[in-house]
Design a protein around this ligand. Structure first.
Ligand code: ADP
Length: 274
């Protein structure tokens, strides 16, 4: 409709320009649709824990004579509060990835700092499920990139590992430097002993809003945006994210990103005249 009308108007200007304009319109419309979906989804997701908290606090007030009931309601309140915290965290992550050029304020970002932040972010949830978190190989490695976005990416992977694992399991984070033709890469692997992902779902989990089990995801404050954010951050840093998984056994998500020295050298080469 609209796109065709525009292309007809500018047709005399040459087909290349027309193509660009039409593509532009489609992209703008796609972004707008995603934004609308997102606002609708998140508003809906926020209403649930807020509503539950309000009901539960009333229940606590009415049960002041029964300590056991109060304790039970307080436990539920804690779960709903965690859900809210996770939703708000997801909003923060999204706002972090919305700037046009993430590498505008790129800097060397230390892996041990990123890992510490990611672990800190889900310490509470991991503690409640008695999940052990262990990190290795992170010393003296740095990635060239946007600190906030890299923190959002790794934070989401570690958070998922904790969310989709049963109690008393282990989440491992391992980093290493890998030699590659275009310059060294840093590989960060997040491994869990959780529910795993089927081959069919593996193809779709990086899409926005895709969740294998919406009820389970929602229970932990998931919106289905986490892995879309991870993929976006990896791509905008000239890196990639891949998944290996075995259903019922666990999953490993691997981020490969340019090593700080290598990426900086490439940037300097690009500026060399001639
Ligand atoms: P969510 O907010 O639902 O966690 P994500 O985009 O982070 O959204 O993940 C999309 C879906 O991929 C999740 O709903 C879940 O079904 C699946 N998933 C992600 N990480 C894992 C994991 N470590 N183990 C098993 N399933 C996972």
């Amino acid at each position: 409709g609209e796109a065709l009308a525009v292309s007809a108007r500018v047709a005399p200007l040459g087909s290349r320009l027309v193509l660009l304009l039409v593509e532009d319109l489609t992209e703008a419309r796609r972004i707008e649709a995603v934004r609308r979906d997102f606002v609708a989804n998140v508003s809906h997701e926020l209403k649930t824990p807020v509503g539950a908290l309000s009901l539960l606090s009333e229940a606590v007030m009415g049960a002041s004579e029964e300590p056991e009931a109060v304790e039970r309601f307080a436990g539920r309140m804690q779960i709903e509060a965690t859900r809210l915290t996770n939703l708000v965290q997801e909003l923060i992550d999204l706002s972090r990835v919305q700037n046009d050029d993430p590498l505008e304020d790129a800097e060397p970002v230390r892996i041990d700092e990123l890992v510490a932040e990611a672990i800190d972010r889900c310490r509470h949830q991991a503690g409640a499920k008695q999940i052990t978190m262990a990190a290795g190989g992170t010393a003296d490695l740095s990635i060239w990139g946007n600190r906030g976005q890299l923190a959002a990416a790794l934070g989401n992977l570690v958070e998922n590992a904790v969310n989709y694992s049963p109690a008393r399991t282990r989440v491992g984070i391992a980093a290493r430097r890998v030699t590659a033709p275009g310059g060294d890469l840093i590989e960060i692997a997040v491994t869990d002993q959780g529910i795993g992902i089927s081959d069919k779902d593996k193809e779709r989990i990086f899409e926005r809003f895709y969740r294998v089990d919406p009820a389970r995801s929602r229970a932990t404050g998931g919106t289905g945006l986490g892995l879309a954010i991870v993929k976006h951050v990896a791509a905008s840093h000239s890196g990639e994210v891949t998944v290996w998984s075995s259903e019922g056994q666990g999953s490993t998500f691997t981020l490969r990103l340019p090593e700080a020295g290598a990426a900086r050298d490439r940037a300097t080469d690009d500026q060399t005249p001639g």
